[in-house]
Design a protein around this ligand. Sequence first.
Ligand code: GLN
Length: 191
Amino acid sequence: MKIGVLALQGAFREHRWMLERCGAEAVEVRKPGDLDGLAGLVIPGGESTTIGKMLVDWGLMDKIKDRAAAGMAIYGTCAGMILLAKDIIGSDQPRLGLMDITVRRNAFGRQRESFEADLEVPEFGAAPVRAVFIRAPYIESAGPDVKIMAAVDDNIVIARQGNFLVTAFHPELTADDRIHKYFIAMIQGKA
Ligand code: GLN
């Protein structure tokens, strides 16, 4: 199974290594043709306004939407989550808009620009997920088709809608590969 990692900006190498460790073939995506034949795509953290602008400028925005409509799964972390959201509070920046979620950017406030937290995620078993948040967004509200998988206080930080998965934090910066494994299982129809 071939999974692409959007490699325009941000933490894409760590995602590639993580996917390879989980047994997937991982390729870096920089131009529209790189999307052909992919079963899934990871959109990494970084700066969502920059990545969104590059998606438009490099002809990737429409092609990703077409491939998603044809069944390609997408996993967005942090900035990737923002790019998948239909609504971004206070921003009209370019986005894919494929998930029925409303996100707030840099949502945890100044004191908590970067922090770690242990998340209870029933899908991943009893051991908590150690999550690294970096200028992270959260999901403020979600439509009825969105499955909420974890929250910090009342703020949603893992969610899934059909073939789309998002986390507000950066699992590729820890040794915990359960989220990447879940994404692979999702593509295989096993999760
Ligand atoms: N704050 C960034 C944004 O709004 C996201 C941060 C991240 O991806 N670590 O795009």
